[in-house]
Design a binder for this molecule. Structure first.
Ligand code: IMP
Ligand code: MG
Length: 214
């Protein structure tokens, strides 16, 4: 286990070793399980960061002198949101919404529910919705109609990834990080059944875990 450092740079006395042997024997939540979930790396860490830096520059230039509010869509967009805002060279505020299509399948049902609404009023604000991935577009389309009704000064979307082949409904997306093929991806915030968000890169979900319906 790596030893945490201290803010002054001094080393911390090492923690007693923990015994993970039992869970690793069973393959339950071991590093091996996490690695088995990914069949291939689609976007590695440095490629992600390079592109996010470019997006940060674009957004900073476009929103200079405006009243930028980033609206992150929980939970998938948290990594992207955090890295993107670190790259902004202008002031911004943030807020979050949680929306859900039902179930744990890899397909969007198109039935969307607000689980957590924004804390603040967006009327008259320059709102930039930060999304992890646009698949069918159904979730985002619902969200955009909902936010538009609150009369922001402007409303645009910044999505880390889109799968153009899967689009069922046209949603204008101002900023796109990566166009990806029709594969189910995990990592860098994206989950399969709530797991694997912590992978620091975007990988393709291994076929052995893809449900029949996908
Ligand atoms: P849509 O409504 O079909 O566009 O689905 C959008 C939402 O489904 C995204 O915000 C993700 O939460 C989820 N999603 C779509 N594709 C993937 C994927 O490949 N991996 C993980 N989540 C996905
Ligand atoms: Mg999701």
């Amino acid at each position: 286990m790596p030893t945490p450092g201290r803010a002054d740079g001094s080393a911390r006395p090492s923690a007693p070793p923990t015994d993970n042997a039992r869970s690793e024997d069973r393959g339950v939540n071991s590093q091996a399980e996490l690695e088995r979930a990914v069949s291939e790396t689609l976007i590695d860490e440095s490629t992600l960061q390079r592109r996010i830096a470019e997006l940060g520059e674009e957004v900073s230039a476009d929103y200079a002198g405006r009243d930028l509010l980033l609206v992150g869509v929980l939970k998938g967009a948290v990594f992207f949101m955090a890295d993107l805002m670190r790259r902004l060279t202008i002031a911004c505020e943030i807020d979050f919404m949680a929306i859900s299509s039902y179930g744990a399948s890899t397909d969007s049902s198109g039935v969307v529910r607000i689980l957590k609404d924004l804390d603040i009023n967006i009327e008259g604000r320059d709102v930039l919705v930060v999304e992890d991935i646009i698949d069918s577009g159904l979730t985002l389309s619902y969200l955009m109609r909902n936010l538009e009704a609150r009369q922001p000064a402007s409303l645009e979307v910044c999505a880390l990834m889109t799968k153009p082949e899967r689009r069922e409904i046209d949603v204008p997306v101002r900023y796109v990080g990566f166009e990806i093929p029709n594969r189910f991806v995990i990592g860098y915030g994206l989950d399969f059944a709530e797991r694997y968000r912590n992978l620091p890169f975007v990988g393709v979900l291994d076929a052995s875990l893809v449900p029949e319906s996908a």
